[in-house]
Design a protein around this ligand. Structure first.
Ligand code: PAF
Length: 280
């Protein structure tokens, strides 16, 4: 497996690849959720490139950029085990050369919903992903469905900027308890990590209520909040009921037929995201 650093090295390695090329962008601290993304990519494409880059521009000033877990050696072992062809580990100066001024903004979707809670976050994501795409030139790129709005932002960007890349969403991988895998789960104490399963259980309760005919947005929200209520010290930062393409957020007395229930819960000082699809 090749380990690449500079943009020039990554471009050369890409030029050597023939056939369908898959790409999995990551910020490292890889876990089984990333392993699944890489496996799906390896199954779908002749060769797979992975990037490991903790992207400073997608973190707000009060967020965890400095303490974000960095586990490069273990990450490389996982990539090797899955059969990845090349891992690109750029430095900040490679991605953001001195004087860089250009950003990619998905204007509407990138600034709504979670974009309201994290101003500039999706601008940072869209900018870095477009740079990574320009260098790795993949045929397909793979993103987890756990970061639901990110997946839709990237799809929008690819369509708007005419990237010839298929964006593949990969279902969320969960711990045995049901908690969605995330690099940030590492911040939780073992007992908190177990209790945090209630987030997914509460989402399942929403889906169950929806299946049983409860279609009013406010009642579905109430279901989530009351089910989660027993998780002491958990704070619901976002509760969103989205239409299937995230073009609309249902509220109040609006009727929810199909879409997603997406939440951000702060628990044990950690911001945990999860979502579940709602079918009619
Ligand atoms: O999902 C992530 O890990 C990051 O947001 C991504 C897509 C690698 C961009 O930095």
């Amino acid at each position: 497996m090749k380990i690449l650093h500079s943009v020039a090295e990554a471009r050369r390695a890409r030029a050597d690849l023939t056939g369908a090329v898959g790409f999995v962008p990551t910020m490292g601290a890889l876990h089984q959720g990333h392993a699944e993304l890489m496996k799906v990519a390896v199954d779908a494409c002749g060769s797979v490139m992975v990037s490991i880059f903790v992207n400073p521009t997608q973190f707000g000033p009060a967020e965890d950029f400095a303490r974000y877990p960095r586990t490069l050696e273990a990450d490389l072992d996982l990539c090797r085990a899955v059969g990845v062809e090349a891992v690109w580990v750029p430095a900040v100066e490679d991605i953001y050369p001195a004087g860089a001024q250009t950003v990619v903004e998905v204007e509407d979707l990138g600034n709504r919903f979670e974009g309201e809670s994290r101003p500039g976050h999706f601008r940072g994501v869209a900018t870095v992903v477009s740079k990574l795409f320009h260098v790795t030139k993949p045929h397909k790129a793979f993103f987890g469905e756990k970061d639901l709005q990110q997946l839709f932002v990237i799809k929008r960007m690819v369509e708007d900027l005419l990237f010839d890349i298929e964006i593949v969403g990969v279902p969320t991988v969960r711990e045995e308890s049901g908690l969605a895998l995330s690099s940030r789960n590492a911040y939780l104490q073992p007992e908190q990590r177990l209790k945090a399963k209630q987030i997914y259980e509460s989402l399942q309760a929403v889906r169950e209520a929806h299946r049983n005919g409860c279609r009013t947005a406010s009642l579905l929200e109430e279901k989530f909040r009351s089910r989660l209520g027993s998780l002491l010290e958990a704070k619901v930062e976002r509760f969103d009921l989205f239409s299937p393409h995230l073009s609309h957020r249902y509220q109040g007395e609006e009727r929810v037929d199909a879409g997603y229930c997406a939440v951000v819960v702060r628990y044990g000082g950690v911001r945990l995201l999860d979502n579940i699809s709602l079918c009619c």
